[in-house]
Every structure is written in C-alpha cells, then in structure tokens.
Design a protein around this ligand. Structure first.
Ligand SMILES: *Cc1c(COP(=O)(O)O)cnc(C)c1O
Length: 405
C-alpha cells in the first residue's frame, strides 16, 4: 500500500526489516519448522539454528552464549528481568531504583511493583536527560535490590553514564539491569566492561522482525546461578532456562541473529553511524538555525547517532506529524505508544519542558535506509508547515490576543 517514495523517519518506533533478514526468515519458515525440543532430525536441526543464533546475538555484546535468553519482545525481556529480580529478592530488601525517563516497558512494571509494596525511587534527570550519579549514590541503601536504568532514551536519544552506574551497582552488590533496546546494534556494548547483570534488546529496532527480543542474564556473577537472583514469572515447558517457556520462534530468532550480524558489520566499519551522525547533525543545525523558536531536546553529543528531537514553540506536535504525513514523511511526537494519547511525554516533562512545550515536539529518527535526499526533502517541506501551523495557532505570540474567552 505504501508509496515507494514515502520517507520513513520514525526508526526509533520500529525499523523496516532488512531484505537480507527477510530472506533468512523466509527460508526458515518454509524449511525449518521442527520443534527444537523434538528428538528427530528436523527437531535437532531447529535446535542447532536456535543455539547458533544465541551465539551470534551474544557475541555482539561479548556475552557468554548461555547467558542469552530469547523472549517474545523487548517489553517481555524488561518484565522478566524487573519482576523476576524484585520477587526473588524481596526478603532481602524492597527498594528498587529506576529513572524517570524510562520506556513504559520499564516504568509500568515498576509502578505495578510499587502497588505491590515495593519502594521505588524514580531518579530525576537534568535538562539533557542525564541521571544524577551523586543522587544515585545517596538513595542506595541496604534494602536496595535492583537498579534498572536505560542505556539510551528512545525519545530524546540521550545516552546515560552507564559505566559509572554499573560500577556503583557492582560495588554495592545490587543487580543492574539496562533496557538497551535503542542502543543495541547501534553502539558497541561490552557487558563485562560495563558490568551489566541483565540487558534487554529487541529485534525490530535493528532491522529485524517484530515480536522477538532477548534478555542477557549473567550466570556467573554476583550470585552464582540465574535462579539465585531472578525468579521466573511465567510457567510452562521450561524453554529458555524456564524464563521464557514457549516453543521457540525459530524463523524470527534466526532473523534476529541475521540482523545482529549485519549490525555488527556496520558497527565495525563505522560507515552507518558516520552517515547517520552527519545527517542527524545537519538536521539539528538546519532546523534550529533556520526556524525561529525551535530548540533541541536531549544532549547535544551524548546522544544516539540517529535521534533528533526538536520542540517548536506555539504549535502541537500532532499537527506537525499529520502535515508531514500528507507530504509523505513519517515522523513522531513523543514515544510511539503515547503519541495516540494527548498526554505530554513524561520524558520531555522530566527534562523540564512545560506541557505546552512538550506538546510541540518532533522526533526524527533516522535509519539504515535513509539517504541525504530524504533530509533535503524534509528541509523543503518542514519550514512552510511550521509557518502555516503557527499562523493558525492560538498560542502564537502574535495572535495570542485573538483568543476568544
Ligand atoms: C521499543 C522499545 C521497547 C519495547 O520493545 P518491544 O520489542 O516493542 O516490546 C522498550 N524499551 C525501549 C527503550 C524501546 O525503544
């Protein structure tokens, strides 16, 4: 249905599948339908594909392959980690820490745990979206059992001081989980150097299929054995070390591994990130220099190579998105899941924007298949859109006296 010329600038919401991944999935869907638990050769073959994929996915973050658990999504990985650690350790302590700018896949499990009696600290962030390390040090106490802080933010692209957080968690013997769903496959990650105990990723944010994710769970670490610090929260056939019991989705898992393999090449040769960073910085400077009353949200340099988030005063992000869509460009305001509700983004409020400023935000997230010409086209169509919307806006400084009371 989509026109081939449609320009997709919403890669933080999801990415198109890389055609090389589709080829792998197609083959496995047709040929490798065996259940990896079966004893016949079709089953053994499926099992081999599963374990090979586990190795490929683990290698990207320098993890042992036994520490990779495939899940049904990124959200599922976050839930298995957060709930599993909280319930396993609740006799030791009931204090858990996260940040105020997490994705809902982390924030909502924490809110649910709070209802169940856990004490939750939501770490504030500064104007750039960085968590305060001093404050983290202060709030940790002998009841703290879990720190879950995202690697990079999906709305404003800010990359957290994750190494320092890992050291603090490690020194205090607290389980450290990170939602690395936006960072995985984009920036180099070494789970040993960064001292993660647990890390979530999702295939559809790196040109793989939707509905498959993974959780890195360290077996040898603070506590020997997964079962000593994380309790399963789903029960069934015992697949994936009982943390994600269900017949493994071999085509999608193999597609995930193919996407990881391609991402590893791109991280190594640095071409993709160089291209994205250049496009990103061109968009940021061109918009903020040429459109009045527009400014960048998030950190100028500690940010994902593909993320732009800009607020435009006096107008609504929703109207910008709809106008861009009519010109054949897909972008976003706030996060994809909250963009259908009219609530201001909790991330933009947390970095200090007023609700009306948060409503006027535009997120442009670039990806592998974007070209220089996509950005040129954006520069052609965006300024007239902003101008037209501002003329109609009751919030505009020039027209504010026209509001009928
Ligand atoms: C997309 C995303 C998720 C959710 O992943 P799904 O695979 O869609 O469940 C969680 N956290 C972050 C930071 C994300 O960007």
């Amino acid at each position: 249905m989509m026109n081939k010329d449609y320009i997709y600038l919403d890669n933080a919401a999801t990415t198109p599948i890389d055609p090389r991944v589709i080829k792998v999935i197609d083959k496995h869907l047709r040929e490798d339908y065996g259940n990896p638990s079966s004893l016949h050769s079709l089953g053994l073959n499926a099992h081999k594909i599963l374990e090979d994929s586990r190795e490929v996915v683990g290698t990207l973050i320098k993890a042992e392959m036994e520490d990779i658990i495939f899940t049904g999504s990124g959200t599922e990985a976050d839930n298995i980690a957060i709930n599993g650690v909280a319930y396993k350790n609740k006799d030791r302590g009931n204090h858990i820490i996260t940040s105020s700018i997490e994705h809902h896949a982390v924030l909502h499990p924490f809110q649910e745990l709070e209802k169940q009696g856990f004490k939750v600290s939501y770490l504030p962030v500064d104007q750039y979206g960085l968590v305060d390390i001093e404050e983290l040090n202060e709030i940790i106490n002998d009841k703290t059992i879990l720190i879950s802080i995202m690697f990079a933010n999906n709305e404003i692209g800010t990359i957290q001081p994750i190494k320092e957080i890992g050291e603090i968690a490690n020194d205090s013997n607290i389980i450290f989980h990170t939602d690395a769903i936006q960072a995985f496959g984009k920036i180099p990650i070494d789970v040993n150097e960064l001292k993660f105990d647990m890390l979530s990723a999702s295939a559809h944010k790196l040109y793989g299929p939707k509905g498959v994710g993974m959780l890195f769970m360290r077996n040898k670490g603070k506590k020997e054995g997964w079962g000593k610090y994380c309790k399963p929260i789903m029960f069934g056939g015992g697949h994936e070390r009982s943390y994600r019991p269900s017949t493994e989705n071999i085509p999608s898992i193999a597609g995930f591994a193919k996407a990881v393999e391609l991402a590893r090449e791109e991280i190594q040769n640095e071409n993709e990130n160089k291209k994205l960073t250049n496009l990103r910085d061109r968009i940021i400077s061109s918009i903020t220099e040429n459109i009045e009353d527009s400014y960048l949200n998030g950190h100028p340099t500690k940010r994902l190579p593909n993320n732009v988030n800009i607020s435009f005063k006096y107008i609504e992000g929703e109207s910008i998105i709809l106008s861009l869509d009519m010109e054949g460009i897909a972008a976003s305001t706030g996060s994809a899941c909250s963009s259908k509700s009219l609530k201001a983004s909790h991330v933009l409020l947390a970095i200090g924007l007023k609700p009306e400023e948060a409503h006027g935000s535009l997120r442009i997230s670039l990806g592998r298949f974007n070209q220089e010409s996509d950005v040129d086209y954006l520069f052609d169509v965006l300024p007239p859109i902003i101008e037209r919307l501002r003329k109609m806006s009751p919030l505009n400084k020039d027209t504010k006296y026209n509001i009928k009371k």
